[in-house]
Design a binder for this molecule. Structure first.
Ligand SMILES: [Ca+2]
Ligand SMILES: [Ca+2]
Length: 665
């Protein structure tokens, strides 16, 4: 009896250990496939009627956010700021702008979010502060230790004795002469600002400044935030010797320096140390429009873990005239660049760019969401994208973005980012339900009368309803762990994404990017699928939707998209070769292009060995060959091997059990 009791206790302890290990690993990796909702606090929800969004407003809308099935909220800057650059000009990194509320409101928002299982991440701006920040005020007066907190230089004088800037470096928010240097009368020196003259660049070669930044991370970590978006990474460092750029404005000495990447590694190490000490795993993501070669270095190297960069390919490379081949090639080439054991993310739009519905096409939004939400890795949704909000027309006299303001009345519309930052469209009431005020911080898009959350929730089909179904679907193991494969059909007008996972029915996303109806036949690319596929999700613009479709002959109306499932296969156990023969191939592109890739971003080629291993994980994978000759690899997100652990423990239990039995006998 004693032996039996010991045996049961041992098994219980081992099972508890297994569960604890699995749980700990899952917690550590929670961010790898999270669906992030980016909130622009000024434009989301006003709670006090001043026409400006605020933290209490976000808290009011948490039910909505939870119902969207997103898992993480990313807040654009909420800190005290003169708001010259919409909050990216921070005058105090460890407080909340009174416009948005206070720290208590923030704590409530975090607590309420966590109660719903939602994570909260903040936007941190290490490159520059506001000139209203105390550091700059003291630095301008040469007060120690702040005198070297910013980048000051003496400059030169021209032949007429006028002060001229130290270098030819240019500002992004360029005024008439475009210089990134502004003369400070008090200190009688120039200070460097890549962005607006009210946003002086911090001197990140000063260890005291780095310490300040680490303290800022700690301040918010103590308030239970779940991670950070790191802003403007390629601008962190500039040439130490202040050399002129060979081509002014091209960034040879002011953009993408390797020191910037190295600082990311330090941030990562600092946050990881926090995680280790506190047992709460944090999420980091780096904002950068740098070259692919530099972006890949963000992931880390043999000695340092890095911070994954945003994948902005949808923003930088996909337009309303992009065909299926173009999109396939863009996504494929990025995924193939990824280092082994790393994952990526999908961003259709953000606060710095035209909205996806305006940039790529209103009718394409659902199909794009099928890609961004059903590809492996994280996905990001910019507020309003789920209802396909469009850029609003913001007149000159309402323009507040410095990118627009500096260009003047004739040119501002080409540069202003205000059109993508207008108030969330909640309903058809006054000011779209964003505020009780008649006046809103930016004008509401006039289409709010019919394009709003309330209307889309009530509709039989809508962008919002499609989005919610996709957000739910992406949590299935096949989308978390499965491999992916792109193909194109119908002369580059139809894009196909297949997700597959062993012992799991395949899912196929089919998107008609063309403006005409397309008859689709999947048999040429996937002959081993069931003859009949189940319609899982359809785009809100799809017509003639049926519960099932024949694999070899179905219709996609213009810009329509479907998620199909092969899930009857297991029940029928139908051999792949017994699929219904092709009956209609007339519309098929003879040059159909298909490539199979694993979710690790490693295409089936010999260059696998050249890919750097950057993860700290010790897991290396054998690469089995499938019958189709395609190299498949397990998904990076499934690296915990709980099943292996379980097998080992079961084995240990068996051995111990046999030993005990032998001892009794
Ligand atoms: Ca308000
Ligand atoms: Ca800088």
């Amino acid at each position: 009896m004693l032996v039996v009791t010991r045996y049961v206790a041992l098994i219980s302890a081992l099972l508890l250990f297994t569960t604890a290990v699995d749980g700990a690993l899952a917690r550590k990796e929670w961010w790898k496939t999270t669906l992030v909702y980016q909130i622009w606090p000024r434009g989301f929800q006003d709670s006090d009627g001043d026409g400006e969004g605020d933290l209490k407003g976000i808290a009011i809308r948490l039910d909505y956010i939870e119902d969207l099935k997103v898992q993480t909220i990313c807040l654009s800057p909420i800190y005290p700021s003169p708001l010259i650059d919409s909050g990216y000009d921070i005058s105090n990194y460890t407080d909340v702008h009174p416009l948005f509320g206070d720290l208590d409101d923030f704590d409530v928002l975090v607590r309420e979010s966590h109660n719903r299982g939602l994570k909260v991440i903040l936007d941190i701006v290490p490159n520059h502060s506001s000139d209203q920040h105390e550091w700059f005020q003291l630095s301008a007066r040469n007060v120690e230790p702040y005198s070297d907190y910013y980048i000051w230089a003496n400059g030169d004088t021209d032949d007429d004795g006028n002060n001229i800037p130290p270098t030819n470096w240019l500002s992004t928010y360029s005024d008439k002469d475009g210089s990134a240097w502004t003369w400070h009368d008090g200190r009688r020196q120039w200070y460097y600002h890549k962005f607006h003259s009210s946003q002086p660049d911090l001197n990140l070669r000063n260890e005291r400044v780095i310490e300040e930044l680490m303290n800022i991370f700690d301040f918010w970590l103590k308030r239970n935030v779940d991670g950070f978006r790191i802003n403007a990474v390629p601008y962190f460092f500039e040439d130490e010797y202040l050399r002129d750029e060979p081509a002014a404005g091209k960034g040879a000495h002011t953009f993408g320096l390797s020191e910037s990447t190295a600082l990311l590694y330090r941030f990562r190490e600092h946050i990881n140390n926090w995680s280790t000490n506190n047992g709460t795993w944090k999420f980091l993501i780096a904002e950068s429009y740098d070259s692919d070669a530099n972006l890949i270095t963000y992931y880390g190297n043999d000695t340092h873990e890095g911070i994954a960069p945003f994948n902005y390919k949808f923003i930088t490379h996909v337009r309303n005239n992009s065909d299926a081949n173009h999109i396939k090639n863009i996504l494929d080439s990025w995924l193939n660049l990824l280092p082994r054991n790393t994952s990526t993310n999908w961003v259709l739009s953000n606060h710095d760019n035209s909205r996806a519905a305006s940039r790529i096409g209103l009718n394409r939004v659902d199909g794009l969401h099928m890609l961004s939400l059903l590809l492996p890795g994280q996905a990001y949704t910019y507020y309003g994208e789920e209802i396909a909000m469009l850029d609003a027309k913001v007149p000159w006299n309402r323009t507040i973005d410095p990118m627009g303001c500096f260009r003047g009345e004739k040119e501002f519309e080409r540069f202003s980012r205000d059109p993508a930052r207008t108030p969330m469209q909640w309903n058809s009431a006054k000011s779209a339900g964003f505020t009780m005020n008649d006046t809103t911080y930016l004008p509401v898009h006039p289409n709010y009368i019919y394009r709003n959350v309330e209307a889309q929730l009530a509709a039989k089909r809508s962008n919002l309803l499609t989005y919610k179904r996709l957000a739910t679907l992406r949590k299935l193991p096949i989308f978390v762990n499965g491999d992916y494969e792109f193909a194109t059909l119908n002369n580059k007008r139809v894009l196909v994404l297949k997700r597959s996972l062993e012992n799991y029915p395949a899912y196929i996303v089919v998107i008609n990017l063309g403006i005409r109806q397309e008859r689709v036949n999947l048999t040429s690319i996937y002959p081993d699928l069931n003859a009949v596929l189940r319609t899982v999700v359809e785009s809100s613009n799809a017509l003639h939707v049926t519960i099932t479709v024949p694999r070899d002959n179905f219709i996609l109306t213009a810009n329509a998209a479907l998620v199909l499932s092969d899930d009857e296969k297991k029940e029928t156990s139908e051999p792949a070769t017994s699929s219904t023969p092709t009956s209609n191939v007339s519309d098929e592109d003879p040059s159909t292009i298909k490539s199979t890739v694993t979710t690790e971003g490693a295409i089936s080629s010999s260059d696998d060995t050249a890919k750097k291993k950057t993860s700290t994980s010790s897991s290396d994978h054998v690469t089995p060959k499938t019958g189709s000759g395609t190299t498949k690899k397990p998904n990076d997100a499934a690296l915990y091997h709980p099943s292996v652990l379980n097998v080992m423990i079961n084995l240990a239990i068996s051995v111990i059990g046999i030993t005990q039995i032998l001892a009794v006998t």
